[in-house]
Design a protein around this ligand. Sequence first.
Ligand SMILES: Nc1ncnc2c1ncn2[C@@H]1O[C@H](COP(=O)(O)OP(=O)(O)OP(=O)(O)O)[C@@H](O)[C@H]1O
Ligand SMILES: [Mg+2]
Length: 503
Amino acid sequence: MAVKSDDISRSNGESTPQKRRLRSNADLVMHKSPISSPLKRKSPRRCIDSSPNTPTNGIEKLEKNCKSPVKKKLSNNFSEKPNWNPTDVKQMSAVKEALHLSTAPSSVVCREDEQKRLFDFCKACIEQEKAGSLYVCGCPGTGKSLSMEKVKQRIVDWAKEAGFQSPDVLAMNCTSLAKTSEIFSKMMEKNQPRKKINGSTSPLQHLQRLYSQQQQSSVTKMMLIIADELDYLISKDCGVLHDLFMLTTLPFSKCILIGVANAKDLADRFLPRLKSLNCKPLVITFRAYSKDQILRILQERLMAVPHLVFHPQALELCARKVAAASGDMRKALCVCRSAIEILEAELRESMSNLTSFSTDKAFSQQKTAPACIKTQENDIVRIDHMAVALSKAFRSPIVDTIQSLPQHQQIILCAAVKFFRGGKKDTIVGELNKSYMEICKSTIIPPVGILEFLNMCRVLADQGLLKLGQSRDDKLKRVTLKVDEADITFALQGVRFFRNCLK
Ligand SMILES: Nc1ncnc2c1ncn2[C@@H]1O[C@H](COP(=O)(O)OP(=O)(O)OP(=O)(O)O)[C@@H](O)[C@H]1O
Ligand SMILES: [Mg+2]
């Protein structure tokens, strides 16, 4: 008899059903292009989600808005741990390992509730010797596979301790099946390894027979089947998916089937018969990680490292941006690793500058000492490294547009950001011109004349970055920013001139 799933969870996860992509690490490799050259290849999802155009995304906002408990904890750690030395190979590899995708963290934080529900479901099936099916869904990188792995270990340990017969465990990634029906031969192998099936019966038929008649419990143990990346079966063979779930509804079934995939409505769309039999699998939705959760997970993973590697605000920026874009932990980890690589490259560059300087001035070596010390002080990953890493990972059309503008148009946007920071919503073109002139003056860049300035404002308005009002006198036209200040700051972070300008 199957464990029925009348209490199907009403998920309010915000994950959009997505076609499962076969992933490889190549997918996650950060682009190596400099900040000023916009990437050509963009996924639509990145374009939509990745702009930091949300109130939660600005770097300046970030600096003001740091009152969460996680933040406090991070700040404490910030002062407690000694700074790392990125030139120490051992320290570097320890950090990279802590953040590596394939490194299973010792504890899976922020998924306690989901893991408990998964565990309780398996526990109930084992205790009652009842079959059942469960469907785990959620966007990529939300900890489904990781949580499943932990629950699998825990349930086997629990069964032993509680005196139940340990279930056979068959965990597989559906993408690795040579053909979809191989899933049934794998089940057969697990269930009755020595049994030879005669040629005319397929493994599926054999399982169907097995679970349709009473068995001695010593012959057939409970079997926990974890089918990860289940959406692969949908694209290949929907029938197999259906047969698989139906096995859990047979009267003497011993299958605890847990399917893991991205699509939220798989059960409704692909398993109508299960629905009509009132045997729809229980659904557990993994929601996208929030900013605080991402921060907590990063912090937890970095606990394995005895040194301080990231400035807390850099980690917070990463968490905020990734949460706003997708809540994908895989992305957050990759961005952090990329930020480390940016720091490494920066250090390499300053070391080589230092070397050439020392060679030139072979007799004035004392002069290089303070520069070395300065390098040491700045060795942790700062917010600007993270901003560059983020901009490589998430490219939005707005950010791309801003980054590819000519320098004077970028200065006009900077001037607008500075002007509107005081709380004003709009001004007139003449005032914006004054703000622009001030920036040029302070940085010794010759300003363009007023006619050219007006022309550039029009170009920016055409691109949807500024809005210009109506007036006969161009200088009296009202002007407002049409993009979020955070987008501009984010786009220009990688250039020191603008970073200083926007401080
Ligand atoms: N709560 C967490 N604590 C620590 N690391 C996590 C956590 N959640 C996710 N990760 C890390 O993020 C990465 C992605 O997690 P996981 O593979 O579990 O995602 P998923 O939901 O299965 O994604 P997909 O749908 O793409 O298969 C892994 O490297 C994992 O270690
Ligand atoms: Mg997974």
